[in-house]
Ligand binder design. Structure first.
Ligand code: SAM
Length: 218
């Protein structure tokens, strides 16, 4: 099937290009042991986030949606030694497992893990962040975008994951509030003159999906 081929190509590319360090492998295993859903970014996507951190020379990264910290750990490892990832997780069990994984990677001092609903936590953060990764409940993406812009400077990069959802984003029959949130999110980006954006569809071990990336220009 197509999906099986996408996974095989992902496995081949990851084997060639991504050396997933033991603490990242341990994170996925520990997540599974604690019953967390396997909705982390893939290894290839984690490496992309790490490269974006390096290419933007980010020092302060904000993540909305930690899960077990897999993407968090990818990004913090790509930061300079004074760099910090601030990451927000609503589910206390996910946050506990993330804390274990981050401690196992020796990165506790460089990750600020805030537990709570992102919309309650975001007002307490100070700008500017250099890179912002939005990957939580998609229904709130328009509100997360508004906060991301408030917490940006000129040159901040905003990345939003899962904006395609197997094509659901343009399916008029799809009334899932998360899908509606993604449509509104894309529309808001489109209408905001200070954002310069693109979106890339992806296939791979996580199926057919995609991400949006925006540069804050003012
Ligand atoms: N970024 C993670 C990774 O790639 O390893 C995956 C994040 S997972 C797709 C989404 C996470 O957002 C879940 O752990 C979920 O509990 C969390 N979440 C859901 N609603 C939230 C909210 N209102 N505030 C903060 N986190 C939330």
């Amino acid at each position: 099937s197509d999906a099986a081929k996408w996974s095989q190509v992902d496995a081949w590319l990851a084997e060639k290009l991504v050396s997933e360090e033991p603490d990242l492998k341990h994170t996925l295993a520990n997540n599974a042991n604690h019953g967390l859903p396997a909705i982390d970014v893939s290894a290839l996507q984690g490496k992309m986030l790490a490269l974006l951190v390096k290419m933007t020379r980010a020092v302060r990264v904000l993540e909305i949606g930690t899960l077990g910290g897999y993407s968090t750990i990818w990004m913090v490892k790509a930061l300079p030694h004074n760099g910090i990832v601030t990451t927000i997780e609503f589910n206390p069990h996910h946050a506990d497992v993330a804390r274990q994984n981050i401690a196992n990677a020796g990165l506790t001092a460089r990750v600020e893990l805030l537990t709570g609903a992102a919309l309650d936590v975001l007002p307490g953060l100070s700008p500017p962040f250099d890179l912002i990764f939005i990957d939580a409940d998609k229904v709130n993406n328009p509100r997360y975008l508004a906060w991301a812009i408030k917490l940006s400077r000129q040159g901040t990069v905003i990345v939003g994951d899962n904006v395609v959802r197997g094509g659901g984003v343009i399916d008029p029959e799809n009334h899932d509030p998360n899908v509606q949130g993604l449509r509104d999110f894309i529309q808001m980006i489109a209408e905001d003159d200070q954002l310069e954006a693109t979106a890339i569809q992806t296939v791979g071990e996580k199926g057919w999906d995609g991400f949006v990336m925006a540069l804050v220009n003012t």
